[in-house]
Design a protein around this ligand. Structure first.
Ligand SMILES: [Zn+2]
Length: 137
């Protein structure tokens, strides 16, 4: 996920408040990068329950930017988080990422991945448990 947090950071780092002293500027950059990374980590770990991640990130970092740059920062954050969100959704659909919550491995009759929670320690939900490979004795 770091390619996405880096991309967001790169797109906004030059907008960070230019009127603070160099030391503060450096501190602001570190803080912005850290917030971007935390947002991406949370998004990857909990994509179904992280509502409006772009707004959350913007709210966390907007204080590091001058008023005149806010609209541009909000736009860049929206674009970057949007790209990360669609990447995560593709991964979940492809079954490469379970979205932090395990899902039944079965495919429904409509050809979609089953969204039910598997039985504890199993790969399938109660409706699909017959698909579980029998354990060799
Ligand atoms: Zn199922």
């Amino acid at each position: 996920m770091y390619q996405y947090s880096r991309a967001i950071y790169r797109s906004i780092k030059n907008l960070i408040d230019p009127y603070v002293d160099p030391e503060t500027q450096l501190e602001y950059r570190r803080a912005v990068l850290e917030e971007c990374e935390q947002t991406m980590e949370r998004l990857a770990a909990d994509p179904h329950y992280f509502a409006r991640p772009d707004r959350a990130l913007f709210a966390d970092i907007r204080r590091y930017f001058p008023i005149t740059a806010q609209a541009q920062v909000a736009w860049a954050v929206g674009e970057g988080v949007g790209a990360a969100t669609s990447f995560i959704e593709q991964q979940i659909e492809a079954g490469l990422l379970d979205g932090g919550v395990s899902r039944c491995h079965a495919t429904t009759r409509k050809g979609k991945a089953c969204q039910r929670t598997p039985l504890p320690g199993r790969d399938y939900c109660p409706s699909h448990q017959h698909l579980e490979q029998p354990v060799a004795a």
